[in-house]
Write a protein that binds this ligand. Structure first.
Ligand code: UD1
Ligand code: MG
Length: 456
């Protein structure tokens, strides 16, 4: 039996009070609609159709060619949205599952169960429902005395008795495709919101003596529809728990998983320890046997095995095996930190390569540089890379020793085994094995201190 998926994502989402279109709000590093498309893809349907309206170009930029787009120019309701797929789907034999672009927590497993239930009872429509502690805002499932589903009534159309019902519509349905398009001809806007409700299909099918039913899901949190920022935060915390649990099952130790923020695409190797208050974003990949301590914030970082990152920020950079970073270091984009490199406290590195075994222990800025192996960079060293207009490059050869508080004015090249005296401002290339010293000489004026005011 062919499967079709329709994802409703054309509404503006006024309740979000945002410039950003609702379904593009991220939940753990991925937009809501992208989460829904990922779940839909797992079902391997014939077609995934996304209904777009507000911010259509932005949704298309986000999802690319993973789905077919149908434009709903005016947002006249969820039923009207589904009707826009008529030219693509009407009359085809198969099952159509309708999903909401604002329900990012729904899993493919649950939709599969819904399919199975729908198939088993050969229904015209099967609604995925949930028992909500607080049903406010959701459509209520009205059942007859025998417990059979009769209709869905929206919050705004509900009387007191119906409003008291706790079984809610999650906004996910399976339909017999042919019956769906037949029934859509009959929906109207006679309701409190003046919209074409998709939910009216249930009552229409029922009147046509078609079988309708509901599958109650066990985990209410999965069904959450995000309409405002409160629900967005709640959905994020549910998703975060899910992600963190998965990492722990895979052998990652988390000291405080409630306060560890990991985006959905992040990977972490086994026996790595992640402390609380850590944020891992984007396409970050962390190897095995690493330690990432409190306050670290990594975005698109590639961390190899055995690395220690203490309370540091790393963006778009690589840290190779057994290196250590921090505390309080900042690796800015395009930094490549070699194996066994030590990056100490208050060190900033930008767009630089640091080869194996080099040590940059304290209070240093390295920008636009290529550093060889086993270099020692003294405390307070500055790579002077910017002349106010252009950035310039510095090369430092293997085994160079740079004394404390040196300024290395780029463009500059320092040969292997060279030695830079502390406090030097280096403006000219230094040959291999040379010692460079560039500072004024010290003079000791004997007994002069006695004349100074503080000793009077
Ligand atoms: C809808 C359901 C409600 C259910 C709830 C679950 C209807 C009438 N109500 O209400 O029973 O409990 O979802 O979260 O269906 N959309 C369009 N075009 C439109 C209108 C909406 O594409 O013209 C999209 C929205 O972008 C959204 C989805 O459909 O992704 C649901 O719309 P929303 O306005 O959030 O409906 P709810 O009030 O949440
Ligand atoms: Mg909604």
């Amino acid at each position: 039996m062919d499967r079709f998926v329709i994802i409703l994502a054309a509404g503006q989402g006024t309740r979000m009070k945002s410039k950003l279109y609702k379904v593009l709000h991220p939940v753990c590093g991925k937009s809501m609609v992208n989460h829904v498309v990922s779940a839909a893809e797992e079902l391997q349907p014939e077609k995934i159709i996304t209904i777009v309206g507000f911010g259509a170009e932005k949704v298309q930029a986000e999802l690319g060619d993973r789905v077919t787009y149908v434009l709903q120019e005016q947002q006249l309701g969820t039923g009207h949205a589904v009707l826009q797929t008529k030219s693509l789907l009407e009359g085809q034999t198969g099952t159509t599952v309708v999903l909401s672009g604002d329900a990012p927590l729904l899993t493919a497993g649950t939709i599969e169960n819904l399919f199975a239930d729908h198939q088993k009872y050969q229904r015209g429509a099967t609604i995925l429902t949930a028992l909500a502690e607080n049903p406010t805002g959701y459509g209520r499932i009205v059942r007859d005395e025998a417990g059979a589903v009769e209709k869905i009534v929206e919050q705004k159309d509900a009387d007191e008795k119906i409003a008291a019902i706790h079984e809610v519509n999650t906004g996910t349905y399976c339909f017999d495709n042919e019956l769906l398009f037949e029934a859509l001809k009959e929906i109207n806007t006679e309701n409190a919101q003046g919209e074409y409700y998709l939910t009216d299909i249930i009552e229409i099918l029922k009147k046509q003596n078609k079988a309708v039913g509901a599958m109650v899901m066990e985990d209410f949190s999965e069904s959450m529809g995000v309409n405002d920022r409160l629900a967005l935060a709640e959905a994020t915390s549910v998703m975060q728990r899910r992600i963190n649990n998965e990492h722990m099952k895979n052998g990652v130790t988390m000291i405080d998983p409630q306060h560890t923020y990991i985006d959905i695409d992040v990977t972490i190797g086994s026996d790595t320890v992640i402390e609380g208050g850590v944020t891992l974003k984007g396409q970050t990949k962390i190897g095995a046997d690493c330690l990432i301590t409190t306050g670290s914030a990594l975005e698109n970082a590639m961390i190899e095995d055995g690395v220690v990152v203490r309370s540091s920020a790393i963006e778009d950079s690589i840290v190779r095996k057994n290196a250590d970073v921090g505390p309080f270091a900042h690796l800015r984009p395009q930094s490549d930190i070699g194996e066994h490199v030590h990056i100490g406290n208050f060190v900033e590195v930008k767009k630089s390569t640091v080869d194996t075994g080099t040590k940059i222990g304290h209070l240093t800025y390295v920008g636009d540089a290529t550093l060889g192996k086993n270099i020692n960079i003294g405390c307070g060293t500055i790579f002077v890379n910017y002349d106010g207009k252009n950035k310039h490059h510095t090369n430092v050869g293997d085994n160079v020793f740079i004394g404390c508080n040196a300024n290395l004015v780029a463009p500059l090249s320092i040969g292997e085994n060279a030695f830079i005296a502390a406090g030097s401002t280096i403006t000219k290339d230094v040959p291999a094995a040379a010692m460079a010293i560039a500072r004024s000489r010290q003079e000791n004026k004997l007994d002069y201190a006695k004349k100074l005011p503080y000793q009077q």
